[in-house]
Design a protein. Structure first.
Length: 675
């Protein structure tokens, strides 16, 4: 029994939340450089948030002015919060007797120069923005030098906010555009002049200020602010309490609570590591106390939390970019992503249940759990902003205006309960945290714009698409495997958004050329860009969960790969069966969802080797084959059989094995439910 339950008879959840810059300044009012930097960053972040809220209601300013203002503030925040030659902005500039003082002073001076240059570029652009825009295609010498400096500034900000990996990838595309005559194979081509390159990347809306930056400035920031406000109004606690009250008394309850809570948290937070820290600090210790292996407990939390990036409506901020590339509204992406996300979480849920049965883990008595009715009564207003958001999108309002009114509803509804009521400090701190959380996304999108512009100006995209098709031999499965491998490798060094944007420029056109449904092609690349968070050797979500569980990081990552196997399989399934994305008749979508759910259940039992008792090799093999058949698109022929006939045979095989196991145990229990 958990210690908290022994003492108080009730499980408790202690929320883990980083103190905002605003709160840091209010607590430490001394005139020290770290405090001054924190104050400046907080003011800039809050001002940018208010600017975007204003623009959501009254419309955005002229395109270059709006995107430039957004990026300039984000560049300044990046330089302030990630200083040169200091680990953090919190570190002092001068330390008596420290030989590194000269380095820190030099770094601070460089940061000030870079900030000054960023502000100069914004003033230079806005001084006569119409004349600036008209010079596109015929730039001046000053435009050339300013543009070159700005490209380097964006790449330096990327190094600090995102990491070296993205800088290296971007540098390759820059060098290829300028010196493609020195490359070989399909990379060979005519070089682009420096003047034309700067014109495309800096002056026009095809590079830094292109689609990725437009999406993050127009949509993503507002939705991340929405998530920050929900967390500030105790949404994290509400989701966990609700999940525990629903699943805590069931077989493997704490682990199921982790799955359900992380799925709900994923609707407002797209960060896998943030989800791990928020829900995992409660669920991982509880899973361990009830008998789960530390490695398995951490793996479950890592997989459940990383699922937030594929959970509508925000999907780690990528839903908006996918919608923009596909030229569809956001609601279309949300609907398409719903069933794959459900199948992913269902697989984890099944794995958790079977693991609990295998090891005979005890349930938590209902008396120690929060009451579902009380939890819902206390926190139901926190669910209404999501209803407002989806409702407004459904009736045709823009994502920007829908996000604004969802934000307003969060603030208004929080006052209905004293436990969720936000003070003015909470409100401004949430605005600041939302903007700060968007800094790496914005910088990554700006840098991704350089990649897209480079591919456009060099013509590499068309050549790369054809080369990948040739390499796959025209075989769709081979092409998907190549795309998956490229996505995972890129995802180990880049943010999910950056991976998706890079693949959208290079590989996704090849999938569409092979007659893959466009929505399926984009979601396929996105899914495999996300999966790196649980894939060794760079599995950040698994490593974060391992730190909480006290388990070996790499062993936890391998365990997470097993628990989250659906994230590797589901993308292949919906490429071959786009009805899972609501493409085609609804009856086929319903039929495919049911058979796919049965398939992932059979797959989970085969992997765990348990179904009301230990499974032998033959039964595990039969379940594995049946799972493949059930996951196979029913509208396609399977080994000479009608797809529907094969599906029925697979279902009959699974049903027969299930009935045999029930008979051998003398127990009648629902699949994935209670013993």
């Amino acid at each position: 029994m958990p210690e908290s339950a022994q003492v108080q008879g009730r499980l408790e959840y202690h929320e883990v939340r980083e103190i905002s810059l605003l709160e840091t300044v209010l607590r430490d009012r001394q005139f020290r450089l770290p405090v001054v930097i924190a104050a400046a960053a907080a003011v800039l972040a809050i001002a940018l948030a208010l600017f975007h809220l204003y623009a959501a209601v009254y419309g955005t300013p002229e395109t270059r002015s709006f995107r430039g203002t957004h990026l300039t503030v984000m560049l300044v925040l990046t330089l302030l919060l990630n200083p040169l030659f200091r680990k953090s902005h919190r570190d002092p500039l001068l330390v008596p007797g420290d030989a590194r003082d000269a380095w820190r002073l030099t770094g601070f001076s460089v940061d000030l120069l870079l900030i000054g240059f960023g502000l100069f570029v914004q003033i230079y652009t806005l001084w006569d923005v119409d004349a600036f825009n008209m010079r596109g295609g015929d730039i001046t010498r000053l435009d050339l030098w300013v543009g070159m400096g700005y490209i380097l500034l964006v790449m330096e900000a990327t190094r600090r906010a995102v990491g070296w990996a993205m800088v290296v990838v971007t540098s390759f595309f820059v060098l290829h555009s300028l010196f493609s005559n020195h490359f070989f194979g399909f990379l060979f081509g005519p070089p682009t002049s420096l003047r034309k390159y700067v014109d495309v990347i800096f002056m026009r809306a095809d590079g830094i200020f292109g689609i990725p930056l437009m999406v993050v400035a127009t949509y993503i920031l507002l939705f991340i602010i929405l998530g920050a406000l929900l967390i500030r109004s105790a949404a994290g606690r509400f989701f966990i309490d609700l999940a525990v009250s629903l699943t805590g008394h069931r077989t493997g309850g704490p682990a199921k609570a982790a799955v359900v809570a992380s799925a709900m948290m994923g609707t407002v937070s797209g960060s896998a590591v943030a989800n791990v820290v928020t829900t995992g600090s409660f669920t991982i210790p509880l899973m361990k106390q009830l008998g789960y292996r530390p490695r398995f407990a951490a793996a479950v939390e890592a997989c459940a939390s990383s699922g937030g990036q594929i959970t509508p409506p925000i999907m780690g901020a990528a839903a908006f970019i996918i919608a923009e590339f596909l030229r569809v509204n956001l609601l279309t992406v949300i609907v398409a992503a719903a069933i794959p996300a459900f199948l992913y979480y269902a697989t984890i849920y099944f794995m958790v249940h079977l693991e609990a049965e295998k090891h005979g883990l005890q349930k938590i008595p209902r008396a120690q759990l929060p009451s579902f009715r009380e939890v819902l009564k206390r926190g139901w207003p926190l669910m209404l902003p999501l209803v407002v958001l989806i409702g407004m999108l459904s009736i045709g309002y823009s994502a920007m205006l829908s996000g604004f009114w969802a934000i307003v509803s969060v603030v208004g509804l929080s006052f209905f309960n004293r436990n969720t009521r936000m003070s003015s400090v909470d409100l401004f701190a949430a605005l600041e945290e939302g903007v700060r959380s968007t800094v790496p996304v914005t910088i990554a999108c700006a840098c991704a714009g350089i990649i897209i512009g480079s591919v456009f100006v060099s013509g590499l995209g068309l050549k790369f698409t054809q080369s990948v098709i040739d390499l796959s031999g025209g075989n769709l499965l081979a092409l998907l495997a190549l795309t998956a491998a490229a996505s995972i490798v890129l995802g180990m060094g880049l943010t999910t958004t950056a991976v998706y944007i890079t693949l959208a420029a290079l590989i996704i056109p090849a999938l569409v050329h092979m007659h893959v449904e466009p929505m399926a092609a984009h979601l396929f690349a996105f899914y495999f860009g996300v999966v790196s968070s649980i894939t060794p050797p760079v599995a950040l979500a698994a490593f974060a969960a391992a730190a909480i569980a006290g388990s070996p990081p790499m062993a936890t990552a391998f365990e997470a790969s097993k628990v989250g196997i659906a994230k590797y399989l589901v993308p292949f399934i919906f490429v071959y069966n786009p009805s899972l994305l609501f493409v085609g008749p609804l009856w086929l979508t319903a039929f495919s969802t049911i058979t796919a759910l049965a398939g992932v259940w059979a797959l989970s039992a085969a992997i765990e080797g348990w179904l009301h008792g230990r499974l032998g090799f033959v039964m595990r093999g039969a379940l594995l084959v049946s799972a493949i058949v059930l996951l196979y698109p029913p509208q396609l022929r399977f080994m000479g059989l009608s797809g529907f006939a094969a599906t029925i045979m697979g279902a009959a095989c699974v049903g027969g094995i299930y009935l045999m196991r029930i008979r051998s145990r003398g127990v009648l229990a629902p699949v994935g439910g209670e013993q």
